[in-house]
Ligand binder design. Structure first.
Ligand code: SF4
Length: 297
């Protein structure tokens, strides 16, 4: 199902509030135009819906804004007749998840086209099929926003919300985008029990996020691998949003730990990894069954 319609420009990014399925933004949603504004708008969002809306209109990284919008105009030949989302791809899934799946960034012709994370590319095909086999998704496929797909107590987000050229965001772009994920984790933290990191980049990006939220992050940080596990003590309240170097607020920290969060490593189900057998359906299922078990699903 394609969300095409007369209100969607066929040759550029979707205008906020024009009816794209799951688009929470409107013409009045504030737009972050630099990293400082990302920090302010992420920490100031009143709820998850508002946060998602703000994520989806962000313009803080000039290189990524130019790339995502250029791709949305030029398109891949096989998708020429479809409108492209062409905006940051926000977190998606359950509002009170027990499991959060974190990836690197949307694909240029996947999430950047469909507006839903991991939707419309081969990686997403493998991921959603596994979630469905494990009882965590309502359908084995995720084709487009508005296709009826629903996740069970699971949410997905990217460490970097805009499709980067060559799938390689810069360090500055990663850092600029970090407050969006930090705020999202803080918002869902009361229910969260497991975070699954798809790939090494997501694994690395996550540790600062968790430390900022007051989790007792191990030193040295655990090495990434498929099936790697780290069990962390986390505060019994919503995480705070701190920047590197800022002091931790009283009551937030290892000493306040009241429950445990399981961080799981998972090889990214990229086309290269699945074709070469580096990651198989059985390997993906093993990770998500472990996540489901720890989360009590
Ligand atoms: S990568 Fe993140 S911070 Fe940069 S423009 Fe996209 S949403 Fe904004």
């Amino acid at each position: 199902m394609s969300p095409a319609g007369p209100e969607h420009r066929p040759d550029g990014p979707v205008v906020p509030g024009t009816g794209w399925p799951d688009d929470e933004a409107t013409a009045g949603t504030p737009v972050a135009r630099d990293p400082a504004a990302v920090r302010a708008l992420a920490s100031g969002a009143g709820n998850l819906t508002e946060l998602v809306a703000r994520q989806s209109v962000c313009r803080a990284c000039p290189r990524l804004v130019e790339w995502r919008e250029q791709v949305a105009v030029e398109k891949r030949r096989s998708f020429q007749s479809q409108p492209y989302w062409g905006r940051p791809v926000p977190g998606w899934g359950a509002a009170h998840p027990r499991v959060l799946i974190v990836g690197l960034a949307p694909a240029a012709h996947g999430g950047n086209r469909t507006g839903r994370i991991f939707t419309g590319d081969r990686s997403g095909d493998a991921l959603f099929a596994s979630l469905w086999r494990c009882g965590l998704a309502s359908q084995p496929t995720s084709i487009a926003a508005g296709d009826g797909q629903r996740l069970t107590a699971v949410r997905m987000a990217a460490a970097v919300r805009c499709a980067p050229p060559g799938n390689k965001p810069s360090v500055a772009e990663r850092d600029a985008c970090a407050p969006w994920l930090a705020a999202e984790i803080a918002s869902i933290s009361p229910d969260l029990r497991v975070i699954v990191c798809l790939g090494h980049f997501a694994w690395q990006a996550l540790w600062w996020q968790l430390q900022a939220g007051g989790a007792a992050v191990p030193v040295p940080r655990p090495a990434f691998g498929h099936g790697a596990e780290a069990l962390l003590g986390v505060p019994g309240q919503s995480g705070e949003l701190r920047q590197p170097g800022e002091p931790r607020q009283p009551g937030i920290g290892p000493q306040a730990a009241s429950r445990q969060l399981l961080v799981l490593g998972c090889y990214h189900p990229s086309q290269q990894n699945t074709f070469t057998g580096r990651v198989t359906d059985a390997m993906l299922d093993a990770v998500f069954l472990r996540a489901s078990e720890h989360a009590g699903l």
